[in-house]
Unconditional design. Structure first.
Length: 220
């Protein structure tokens, strides 16, 4: 196996955690991604915690152009479907930094137009469905895949790759499952993660609402 380390990208742990951004407009659409890099990211991802050590995760990597194009078209069809109206407090926090949401929407528009050109599309999945499950089962199932996916995205950043968490495949999950051979009845898709080298490697921490608004001691 070739050496998949990116020696030009040296990140401290705090920098890795604070600068792993949702990358939409700075994905390099023309530079291939070595499959061994993606494999290494998955190897690191599956070191994440998992409920009852069940390890019910799977990662479907799509790189073949025609299949990517079909998946991207399904993703575009699902975009915006089923979105609930944001509560007022969510809107306040989202727009707390002037211009931030305009950048998000501009990035989303760019990604939608170019998703089929991204070198790799990764669909993380978890065995077991939560469609009618109670909160305990939902927490256990999602808690067994989301940490692994975030670890995958951190590992990608460590190796000079950009990612962004998207979920537009979920409103059309059955069609995506059929396209990718995912057994829909027993396996649930969690997201669709575009993966590419980045245009530049400098990323800054995001401007967030003050930690005093979200940190509670002893009680709410």
């Amino acid at each position: 196996m070739p050496d998949v380390r990116n020696d030009q990208l040296q990140l401290s742990a705090e920098e890795l955690l604070s600068t792993t951004r949702a990358v939409r407009r700075r994905l390099d659409l023309d530079r291939p991604v070595d499959p061994d890099l993606i494999r290494r990211c998955v190897e690191l991802a599956v070191q994440a915690p998992t409920g009852r050590n069940r390890q019910r995760w799977s990662f479907v990597v799509v790189t073949e152009p025609e299949r990517k194009a079909a998946l991207a078209e399904l993703w575009r069809r699902g975009l915006g479907q089923g979105d609930a109206e944001m509560p007022a407090e969510d809107v306040r926090r989202a727009y707390a930094v002037p211009g931030s949401m305009e950048k998000v929407f501009a990035g989303l528009t760019h990604l939608a137009a170019n998703l089929h050109r991204v070198p790799a599309l990764v669909v993380p999945c978890v065995s077991g469905r939560t469609d009618r499950a109670g909160v305990t089962e939902q927490a256990g199932t999602w808690g067994s895949i989301l940490p692994a996916v975030w670890s995958f995205m951190l590992a990608a950043r460590l190796h000079g790759l950009g990612t962004v968490w998207t979920t537009a495949n979920l409103p059309v999950e059955r069609e995506v499952a059929q396209l990718l051979g995912i057994p829909y009845a027993g396996v649930m898709q969690a997201a669709l993660i575009p993966v590419a080298h980045t245009l530049g490697t400098e990323f800054r921490p995001a401007r967030r609402v003050p930690v005093e608004e979200v940190l509670h001691w002893e009680r709410w």
